[in-house]
Structures are given as structure tokens and as C-alpha cells.
Design a protein around this ligand. Structure first.
Ligand code: MSP
Length: 641
């Protein structure tokens, strides 16, 4: 059984923001290969989870006015829901705030310490005092804190260090002795040349400027560095360091750590060194996939261009999205996401090629044979070629799936789908159906088509699990249980088909693109639109307005002007100032006397209904009424800026 186990992990995600389509890509890949391995009879363990400690989370929780745990709990629920929606079949979901994990991480720290791989030293870096945060040279490139913009200083703090430098040679030896440990290979070259060979520095593995982390067991004023905490999830999830480590014994070493290219260094340098320190064997492979990008580059919350997987999955179906991600991003490379590409893929690959093949075939079996294909059948031209390609496709699909090359695997499967469609054109069942003497040949053609579709339902099962089940339902078959089924042409004796819905309805590209664009527009906000519509002024323009606190000394109506009140103001100069204000419908003169108002003192004077008004007072246009802005406790004449 030992060689029939498969342990795969995804990175554990930061529960700081909503996950986007890039994170979904990471997890969907791990799910596809896990499903494939299960179908091949491997005892599979698929791990994902969340990475919940660190200053960022602590800060965000503070901002939100909740505890860090309350903050992450909510987001983690959303992440679990997303994986449920995407049909992710993880065997375990680890949270780094789980008690067993925290305990095991402390035990790991102690083990490394006892081995002499951890020592106390001084961490020196660029420090922002008000934010209590250390920054790297790049982060604080201009000498300013990237968070608050205040100058950073060079500061030292006591910290624990891991002797990473000690492992440099062993790491290089390990890479050399284990080709394929890091994939794609150019990532290994990158690590060796840019990182290990120039000289590995020891790694600071504790922090004392924030609290949200696992306490260092030998000094609880410090918390353990998030990456030491996070990376060890791959073994703590299996019970390493707990009373029951049977899963660890069974599944470790991991067969694949599937990660995004941005976290290669942590997984191929730090993690192996930690494992060496603990005398634990290294994982078989670290596979660094590329990124899902947008036309203009990275997705980012600040750019407001984050693609929401929930929105797309709900609109087009989970399988369409899974297919698109796995097909569109080439092995180890970045892929560009666009709504246009997605819709084209759905229309051409899923609706036209696959969906049509299934519905045409089922419809023909219904039409020509009233749902059941007769037993009397006759081989003919084109059959052998179709069968040969089925066998070839199995080999190809397996080769690429084993190598985690999802897009090539799907490309070869689609070649077989196209070949099956071509078989319909070549055999022309509609022509055969015209003559009763062709009945046995027609039966064989229909049978071969159903067999091809059955095989396709196995091929697509890891990628599009619901579609596989739907296809098989229409063929009258139970869900696939064994991958090897796709290696046998002629498995079923016959088929009794069940007409079903169209699996992938064709989309109207123009309409879809328009609707997607409008969905992603910021929700309408008339007030914001109104504010944005007001012509912008510079600070210099604003500085031209002289605003002062003034007190209403006297107030009276203006004859012949129903709306006007004449105010006598004390503006702090010792001289009375007269202002006419259009507020008579909302205030009685007595209500204003003694009140302090805001005066626009440098407004050119104007005569209103016989009153020379020197300035104006500020009031809010509150819909049905006008409300004067009153101020309190500020001396008359004080400037307002
Ligand atoms: N918490 C760390 C991982 C710790 S693993 C011990 C982390 N989390 S993350 O949430 O920022 O990223 C998780 C994964 O998502 C990473 O593998 C990252 O590369 C991947 N992706 C994030 N954005 C992505 C794309 N746009 N495209 C593809 N993958 C992307 O890093």
C-alpha cells in the first residue's frame, strides 16, 4: 500500500481578504489531481487551510474593532464555503489557530532549540516607532513607513534566529540528488543562483512587536514567525507532535506541495531546512504554479479588479470555471484571465465540442432505437481509429496529470472529443438510418459513440466532477469509480440512454460581456456621483475663502422680503457686521440671537432687498429645510480652516 498513497497540500491562505480567482486556481488544481489519484486507487490525503497569525491580521482586527480570532473566524467560514461551492474534496482543513497545531509548533520550536539550531540574537532593521513595525529596505525605500508615512529609524530588537546558513550545502546537495524536487526546473535555478549561492543568512523566527501569534515556548514575550508557524501545518495536520501521529506515519513525506511561484523560497529553502533540522524526510516535490493575471497585470483589491470566483461559478457553473482555469493556464506559466476568453472557452470547448456530442448522441439513440441500442451490431470503417485514439488518450492524459500539467492533459482529452465528433460526420448516422439494412451498422456506430462518451466521462471526472456525473446519467450509468474504466473500449454490453438537459447551454458573447461588465461596476450611489460631479478645486482656491466664527447679536425680518432675515453679527473685530440670510422661512429671529455661526467674511458685499449684506453665513441644504450651522465654545473672529 505504501506506494499507493498520495499526500497533496495547497498553501494555507491568509484570511485577510476575500479569496479571488487566483487562489481558486491553486485549490482547483490540487482537487483535480486528488480526484484523479483517488480514481486510480491511491489512498489520498488532500490538505488545505488557513494561515491566521501575524501582524497584518492583528492590525485588521484592530481596525474592525474585534479580536483577531473573531476577525478570522468570519473570513475562514467564507473560505470554507468557497471550497464547498467549487466542489473541493479536501480531507482536512487546518487552521493555524487550532490548538493541536499551536502545541505542535511549540514542540517543533523546542526541538530545533534543543538541537542547537535556534539562538537568541538581535534583529536590526528599519523600524517605525508609532506603528511598532519593522520594514525591509524595499518596503521603506524612501525612509518612510509604508503604513503611516512617518520616517523610520534603524532599530534593534532581541529575537530568536534559526541557523539557516548551516543548511546551505545540504540544500544544494539535496537539489542535485533529487531532480524534480522543485518544479518547474527554472525555479530551482532561481533559488540556487539568487538565493543560496550568494550566501544564506540566518532567519529571524520570532517577533516581539506584536502579540497575535504562537508564543515562543522559552520566552512568551515573543511570538513565533508566521512562516515557521505556517509551513509546519503540513506535518501538524497529520498529527506530528501529537499523541496520535498515525496519519503522519502513513502519509508523510508529502507527494506534492502545490504552491504559487511567489512563495517558492519559503517552500524550497526554509521548509526543507526546518525539516532537516527536525530529522524529517523532505517532501517528494514542490510544484510552483504560475499566476492568474489580468490583462493589465496583477489582480489587486486596491485596483478594484479582483475577479470573484463565486460570481462566475454561480453564473456559468462550477465546472465551467474549473475547466477554464485548468485549461487556460499553461504548465508552470502565468495565464491571463479575461471574461472574453472564459465565454469563448465555454462556447467552443464545452457547449460545442462536449455538450453537443452528448446531446446529439443521446438524441440519435432515442430517435433511431427508442432509447436502447440493440445487441445486433456490425463493425465498420473508422471504428478502429476511434478505439486506438481512446487508448492513446488515456496514456497521454495520465502522463500529463501525473506531471500536474492540467492544460496539456485537457488538450489531449479534447483531441479525443473532437475525434469522436468527427466520427459522427464520417459515419453519417442519419444516412444509415434511411435504410433498414444498415440497422446493425447504425447500432454499432451509436454504441461506439456511447462508449467514447463513457470514456470521456472518466477523463473529465477529475476536472469537472458534476459534468462527469451528468454525462453518465444520460448514458444510464452510475458515477465513475475507477479510472481504469477509460482503458477499456467495449465495457458496457449496451446502452439505454436517458435524455437530459443540455449540459452547457451556448452563451451570447455580446450579451454576457455586457452583463459581466455591469455586474462588476461599483453599485450605484447617487450621492457619490453628485459629489464626484462637482468641479474640483485646489487647496489654494479653498484658502481664498475666509471663514470666521461670529455671534448673532440682533436679528429682524426684512420688509418686502418673505425669505430674508437681517442679522447683526459680532465677528470679533468690535464692529458690527450686517448680513442678510435667506432663512426666514426656517427660523424666527429670536431663535438665532446669541447663537454662534460660521461667517464667510470676505464675500463681496451685495444689497439684497435694500439691505447691504457684508458676507454670508453657512447653512445646510437639508432637503425640505435649511439648517444654519451653529458652533459652540469658540471665540468670535476665530478663523476656520
Ligand atoms: N499564507 C501564505 C501561504 C502559507 S503556506 C505554508 C500565502 N497565502 S496567500 O493567501 O497569500 O496565497 C495563497 C496562494 O495563492 C499562494 O500560493 C499564492 O501564490 C496563490 N495566489 C495568490 N494570487 C494568485 C494569483 N493571482 N494566481 C495564482 N495564484 C495566486 O501566501
Amino acid at each position: 500500500m505504501a506506494d499507493k498513497k498520495f499526500y497533496i497540500t495547497t498553501p494555507i491562505y491568509y484570511p485577510s481578504d476575500k479569496l479571488h480567482i487566483g487562489h481558486t486556481y491553486s485549490t482547483v488544481q490540487a482537487d483535480a489531481v486528488s480526484r484523479y489519484k483517488r480514481l486510480r486507487g491511491y489512498d489520498t490525503f488532500f490538505l488545505t487551510g488557513t494561515d491566521e497569525h501575524g501582524q497584518k491580521i492583528e492590525d485588521k482586527a484592530k481596525e474592525a474593532g474585534v479580536t483577531p480570532k473573531e476577525y478570522v473566524d468570519k473570513i475562514v467560514d467564507g473560505i470554507k464555503d468557497l471550497w464547498k461551492l467549487m466542489n473541493i474534496t479536501n480531507d482536512k482543513f487546518i487552521r493555524t489557530t487550532d490548538e493541536y497545531h499551536e502545541k505542535a509548533v511549540q514542540l517543533i520550536f523546542n526541538k530545533m532549540y534543543e538541537k542547537g539550531d535556534i539562538y537568541k540574537g538581535e534583529y536590526e532593521g528599519l523600524y517605525c516607532k508609532p506603528c511598532e513595525a519593522f520594514w525591509t529596505e524595499t518596503q521603506a525605500a524612501d525612509g518612510l513607513c509604508p503604513d503611516c508615512g512617518r520616517p523610520v529609524i534603524t532599530a534593534k530588537e532581541e529575537a530568536y534566529f534559526f541557523k539557516l546558513s548551516k543548511y546551505a550545502d545540504r540544500l544544494l546537495e539535496y537539489y542535485a540528488a533529487h531532480p524534480g524536487f522543485i518544479e518547474p526546473a527554472h525555479r530551482e535555478t532561481e533559488m540556487v543562483n539568487n538565493f543560496i549561492k550568494p550566501g544564506l543568512q540566518d532567519l529571524c523566527i520570532s517577533r516581539s512587536t506584536f502579540k497575535w501569534g504562537i508564543p515562543v515556548p522559552i520566552n512568551p514575550d515573543h511570538v513565533i514567525y508566521v512562516w515557521l508557524d505556517a509551513l509546519t501545518n503540513y506535518i501538524t495536520a497529520l498529527g506530528y507532535g501529537s499523541e496520535d501521529d498515525s496519519l503522519f506515519k502513513k502519509f508523510w513525506p508529502a507527494d506534492v506541495h502545490l504552491i504559487g511561484k511567489d512563495i517558492t523560497r519559503f517552500h524550497t529553502v526554509y521548509w526543507p531546512a526546518f525539516l532537516m533540522s527536525l530529522d524529517i524526510p523532505l517532501p517528494e516535490k514542490v510544484y510552483c504554479h504560475g499566476w492568474v493575471l489580468l490583462d493589465g497585470g496583477k489582480m489587486s483589491k486596491s485596483k478594484g479588479n479582483v475577479v470573484d470566483p463565486v460570481q462566475l461559478a454561480e453564473r456559468y457553473g462550477v465546472d465551467a470555471l474549473r475547466y477554464y482555469l485548468l485549461r487556460e493556464v499553461a504548465f508552470g506559466a502565468d495565464g491571463i484571465f479575461s471574461n472574453e476568453n472564459l465565454i469563448n472557452r465555454i462556447n467552443s470547448d464545452l457547449a460545442n465540442d462536449l455538450g453537443n456530442l452528448v446531446s446529439r448522441t443521446v438524441a440519435m439513440v432515442c430517435k433511431y432505437f427508442d432509447v436502447t441500442i440493440p445487441a445486433e451490431r456490425e463493425d465498420g470503417e473508422f471504428d478502429a481509429e476511434l478505439k486506438a485514439l481512446a487508448a492513446e488518450t488515456k496514456t497521454e492524459a495520465e502522463k500529463y496529470l501525473d506531471a500536474l500539467n492540467f492544460s496539456e492533459s485537457l488538450t489531449s482529452i479534447w483531441k479525443f472529443i473532437s475525434r469522436t465528433n468527427k466520427y459522427i460526420d464520417e459515419t453519417a448516422p442519419w444516412a444509415l438510418a434511411k435504410d433498414e439494412s444498415n440497422k446493425a451498422r447504425l447500432a454499432e456506430v451509436m454504441y461506439n459513440l456511447c462508449e467514447s462518451i463513457r470514456i470521456i466521462s472518466v477523463f473529465v471526472a477529475p476536472f469537472m466532477p458534476e459534468t462527469s456525473v451528468e454525462i453518465r446519467t444520460q448514458l444510464g450509468l452510475a458515477p465513475v469509480e475507477d479510472w481504469e474504466e477509460c482503458g477499456v473500449f467495449g465495457k458496457e454490453e449496451t446502452y439505454t440512454v436517458v435524455k437530459g438537459d443540455i449540459i452547457f447551454p451556448r452563451l451570447d458573447p455580446e450579451k454576457e460581456l455586457e452583463e459581466l461588465a455591469s455586474l462588476n461596476k461599483a453599485p450605484s450611489n447617487p450621492l457619490r456621483d453628485e459629489i464626484e460631479g462637482v468641479a474640483k478645486i485646489g487647496i489654494d482656491d479653498f484658502a481664498k475663502v475666509d471663514l470666521r466664527v461670529a455671534e448673532v447679536k440682533a436679528c429682524e425680518p426684512v420688509a418686502k422680503a418673505k425669505k430674508l432675515l437681517k442679522l447683526t453679527l459680532d465677528d470679533g473685530t468690535g464692529e458690527d457686521r450686517t448680513v442678510a440670510s435667506g432663512i426666514a422661512l426656517y427660523y424666527k429671529p429670536d431663535e438665532l440671537i446669541g447663537k454662534k455661526v460660521i461667517l464667510v467674511s470676505n464675500l463681496k458685499s451685495a444689497t439684497l432687498c435694500g439691505v447691504e449684506s457684508k458676507g454670508m453665513i453657512l447653512a445646510a441644504d437639508a432637503g425640505e429645510e435649511i439648517k444654519v450651522i451653529f458652533v459652540d465654545g469658540i471665540a468670535n473672529g476665530t478663523k476656520i480652516r
